[in-house]
Ligand binder design. Structure first.
Ligand SMILES: [Zn+2]
Length: 432
């Protein structure tokens, strides 16, 4: 690829031009939230104009997060206060925008696991779902554990779920993983032997397979998030981020339809109102609505929600998978089309799979820093994420990324290979 040798432009001017054009091309973000409280365990984190690099006010991104706590609000509050920082600390410095976006999926995994690990030392038994949305330009990255959901409606009217549902009732793969790691999954037994209620994981009785916190449940309830990254067209779109209180009452389509034409603020209120009307206020019911609007469409008095083509409510479960070799190198070479492009999706609970990345992403991360907690290590001190103490030598123990000893213990506990938490909370300790 030959570089264009035009007239020399001063670097500072060139950078300024680049940055200002990036700013102009970004969508305007308009958001609103609403909540009706039963237990007071739902928390939100809404922040626009976060600097991608410290002190850089031009390259910014927005964060919208929802934490639905259970058994108390400790884990939800702790995650709200620490998760973003833990994620940002796991992103190498001095990356350009494309590299930053490419490094996000691995940094999100590291940030979630570090937050869970740090919270364990506080000895709280509460837990929380997390739906964590980062919007950078037209790229949306969503990391999720638990059963709060983030759903996108594109400008052309298609609906895309961007988060996973980690309820044991709907996720057979997760039931298999937990059973293989030594957990028991079943329904509540009442007198007479009848089984009632949703599938739960024992000990603890949690209906979710992933969360942050929950140290009284087995460590196979992991904090490794499902991560999905998409790029929407410059026609924009609307996101709904809601706790299960909304989704127990409304389908994705019902949620988008009930607030069509409303501003983000009014839409969030309407969705909560509809959900409570259908099911009553049985749980905390929280909703965040985010509109990504092409800049020229925004007028201060009346933000325009994304238009809807009549009868187009196509429920799109599967995205077109993007090949590993992208066909176009930059936005400018891609023709503009009105589709949602999937950049990344991975939901595996295995840290070895999630921290590994292909070149060139692999080379963005420093080798002698713990891939989870970011502590510096001496060469030879770190333990490869591919090492397997139960089957030594089978994989590639010389290969990075590397973990510090304490994060390696956490990894093995998550895989059911050791118990780093108080073993008295478990029914048996026969696996080792
Ligand atoms: Zn570590």
């Amino acid at each position: 690829m030959a570089a264009k040798m035009g007239r020399a432009m001063p670097l500072a001017l060139l950078l300024k031009k680049e940055l200002s054009s990036e700013k102009i091309e970004n969508p305007d973000i308009v958001f609103g939230q609403a909540s009706q409280t039963k237990k007071g365990e739902d928390f939100t984190f809404l922040k626009v104009e976060c600097a991608r690099m410290p002190g850089d006010g031009v390259a910014t991104f927005s964060v919208f997060a929802l934490f639905d706590g259970h058994n108390g609000s400790g884990a939800a509050i702790y995650s709200k206060e620490n998760l973003l920082n833990n994620i940002l600390c796991a992103i190498p410095s001095n990356l350009n925008r494309d590299e930053w976006l490419a490094a996000l999926p691995r940094a999100l995994v590291a940030g979630f696991v570090k937050t869970d690990k740090d919270f364990q030392t506080k000895a709280h038994s509460s837990g929380t779902t997390v739906t964590f949305v980062i919007i950078d330009g037209w790229v949306i990255t969503v990391a999720s554990v638990g059963d709060s959901r983030c759903v996108l409606e594109s400008a052309e009217g298609s609906i895309y779920p961007l988060s996973a549902d980690h309820r044991l009732d709907v996720n057979e793969e997760e039931v298999e993983r937990i059973t293989a790691s030594g957990g028991e999954v079943g329904r509540l037994n009442v007198v007479g032997g009848a089984e009632i209620g949703p599938l739960r994981c024992w000990p603890g009785g949690l209906c979710l397979s992933r969360s942050i916190g929950d140290m009284d449940v087995g460590e196979f309830i992991v904090p490794v998030p499902h991560v999905k990254q998409v790029k929407i067209s410059t026609a924009g779109g609307r996101l709904i981020i809601s706790s299960d209180g909304v989704w127990d009452a409304l389908s994705f389509e019902m949620a988008f339809n009930c607030c069509r034409g409303m501003t983000a603020d009014a839409a969030a209120m309407q969705i909560v109102k509809e959900a409570v009307q259908v099911k009553g206020l049985r749980d905390d019911t929280t909703c965040i609505v985010v509109d990504m609007i092409p800049p020229e469409k925004l007028t201060p008095s009346q933000p325009t929600p994304p238009p809807k083509k009549q009868g187009m409510g196509v429920f799109t479960k599967m995205f077109r998978k993007k090949a590993t070799e992208p066909s176009c190198q930059s936005d400018k070479e891609c023709p503009e089309h009105d589709v949602v492009e999937e950049l990344f999706e991975e939901g595996s609970a295995s840290l070895a799979e999630r921290l590994e990345a292909d070149y060139p992403i692999r080379n963005m991360f420093k080798l002698f820093i713990c891939a989870v907690c970011q502590v510096e290590m001496q060469p030879g001190e770190g333990i490869s994420v591919h090492s397997d103490t139960s089957q030594p030598g089978r994989l590639r123990p010389w290969d990075g990324p590397f973990l510090c000893e304490s994060c390696q213990e956490k990894k093995e506990a998550m895989e059911g290979k050791r118990h780093s938490r108080d073993s008295s909370s478990r029914k048996s300790s026969g696996s080792e």
